[in-house]
Design a protein around this ligand. Structure first.
Ligand SMILES: NC(=O)c1ccc[n+]([C@@H]2O[C@H](COP(=O)([O-])OP(=O)(O)OC[C@H]3O[C@@H](n4cnc5c(N)ncnc54)[C@H](O)[C@@H]3O)[C@@H](O)[C@H]2O)c1
Length: 480
């Protein structure tokens, strides 16, 4: 499918989302949802009744989901009740690992058909549905799960269109069920340190932030292209994910880089995104790779000659308070990876890889001074999680996805203690909606588009996000 304005609006879900464009198709890009809607209930700061045990149904046990099974089973008070995937042997493999390495879990398997996740959502003895399927199912499963009275933990994104993002917001408000989008990079490492420094005034007024998803998946490592028995290939490019890169052009995966910047800038609680522009380069790698590997593997022949997204997408957002955010997405150029990257204020700057701080034009602070500041500003959440990890002696698993993160631990801790979550449905929707809006802007030569205010004005009175000092909770242990 070639992108033209009509089918683009359909794909991105903008046609019915209150987006107006001018007559010749160049964007004026005015969205009016916050003016048109009133919030049914404010989910920011919402605390659901505490759960002694968090009973979990897992939908999608592929690369990421099978790791999450282990991460969640490593947290006190979690019971995995159901495993669902359309590929039965993936369910069996996760079930047998749970049986072998953990106690207290006897999950039921669901792999009869592509709708089996509905049965999982309908079970009365489940509190939380975790979603790690292809992107196009996330919103559908999340909405259905909340309607069945379940909290949701979804992999990114929560929705692929503007409409889907609104739907999860309104459903969460209506049902008063949490919808949490996993973005581990927000809770740990330098993102947490910088958040603490910002809150304590080290950076002064924030001016600019940068966060990217730069992760080369087209390098010459041929192993990445060898398909397994399920036709999966090239880690991270399952067949569905390769398909997502055809006929779409924009920032397809903004949340890993954006999440920390958004929390540091108090977006949805003190500031809000106002408008954005997005431009993509051409494709200089994907088409060549498809032509090359189709010579040795017929499977890739249908991909030869298709329109792939541009290699580099750059999106720039301006917030209501006048800050700017630059996001880049490039998963097909040979270069080192990059995510949370830069915070700049009128008193200091942080830059990643290598991590550095500066307070003037004259250069970066010496390493000893940097180390001293990191020690001083490492927040309670990071220290508490490290303490729990050391107590339980977990996190020595070789597979990264199986190593429990501060984000998972704190999610379960908040649910068990009846606390508001560190990220809510408004964060999930805002960080996800950048994708369809960037596609729209790219398709319109980088034109400006307004960004919906999913809080419907509550950002002006909402209190800050993450409880970085763990003033409440922090009682959940890890189990080995
Ligand atoms: N947070 C992170 O660091 C991180 C890392 C990797 C992937 N992810 C995210 O995790 C999600 C899954 O990615 P992945 O790499 O594991 O992909 P994957 O293809 O390995 O896994 C997806 C699984 O969903 C299953 N599935 C498809 N349709 C289904 C249906 N109707 N019902 C039940 N199961 C179904 C597939 O069979 C597969 O096992 C994506 O959203 C991805 O962006 C996040």
């Amino acid at each position: 499918m070639k992108i033209n304005r009509k089918n683009f609006l359909k794909v991105a879900g903008l046609a019915t989302a209150g987006v107006m464009v001018d007559n010749n198709g160049a964007a004026r890009g005015i969205t009016t949802p916050s003016a048109q809607r009133t919030q049914q209930f404010n989910m920011h700061g919402f605390a659901a009744p505490k759960l002694d045990k968090v009973r979990v149904g897992i939908v999608g046990v592929g690369e990421r989901g099978s790791g999450t099974v282990v991460r969640l089973a490593s947290i006190q008070g979690v019971e995995i009740k159901a495993l669902c995937d359309v590929v039965p042997h993936r369910v069996e493999s996760s079930a047998s690992l749970l049986k072998k390495e953990f106690s207290g879990h006897s999950p039921q398997s669901y792999s009869d058909n592509p709708q089996s996740w509905k049965q999982v959502c309908e079970r009365a003895d489940i509190d939380l549905i975790y979603i790690a399927t292809p992107w196009n199912l996330h919103a559908r499963i999340a909405v259905y799960a909340m309607e069945q009275g379940k909290h949701v933990y979804t992999e990114l994104p929560v929705g692929s269109t503007v409409e889907e993002c609104w739907k999860v917001v309104t459903t969460s408000e209506k049902t008063r069920k949490h919808c949490f989008m996993g973005c581990g990079s927000c809770h740990d490492g330098m993102a947490a340190v910088v958040l603490n420094m910002v809150r304590k005034g080290y950076f002064g007024d924030l001016v600019h932030g940068e966060g990217h998803y730069i992760h080369d998946r087209v390098s010459n490592n041929e192993q990445r292209w060898v398909r397994d028995k399920d036709n999966n290939n090239w880690y991270g490019y399952r067949p569905w994910r390769l398909q997502e890169n055809v006929n779409r052009n924009g920032n397809l995966y903004p949340a890993h880089g954006l999440g920390p910047v958004a929390q540091i800038m108090d977006l949805n609680y003190g500031d809000k995104m106002d408008y954005m522009v997005s431009i993509s380069s051409g494709d200089f790698t994907m088409k060549h790779k498809m032509a090359e590997i189709s010579q040795t593997d017929e499977y890739f022949k249908p991909y030869v000659g298709l329109d792939f997204r541009g290699n580099m997408n750059t999106t720039i957002i301006r917030t209501h308070r006048g800050r700017t955010i630059m996001l880049q997405h490039d998963i097909s150029s040979p270069r080192p990876g990059h995510r949370f990257d830069l915070i700049s204020g009128n008193k200091a700057i942080y830059r990643a890889r290598p991590d550095r701080l500066a307070t003037s034009h004259d250069g970066w602070l010496p390493q000893e001074e940097f180390d001293r500041l990191v020690e001083e500003y490492t927040p309670g959440i990071t220290r508490k999680f490290a303490e729990k990890r050391d107590e339980a002696r977990v996190n020595n698993r070789s597979r990264g996805y199986e190593r429990v993160t501060a984000s998972d631990w704190r999610l379960i801790d908040c649910l068990r203690n009846g606390l508001p979550l560190e990220m809510d449905v408004y964060d999930a929707a805002l960080w996800s909606v950048i994708t369809p809006l960037s596609e729209w802007s790219v398709a319109n030569q980088g034109a400006t588009i307004k960004i919906p205010d999913f809080t419907a004005g509550s950002w002006q009175t909402n209190k800050s996000g993450m409880d970085i000092d763990i003033k409440q909770g922090g009682t959940t242990k890890l189990v080995s």
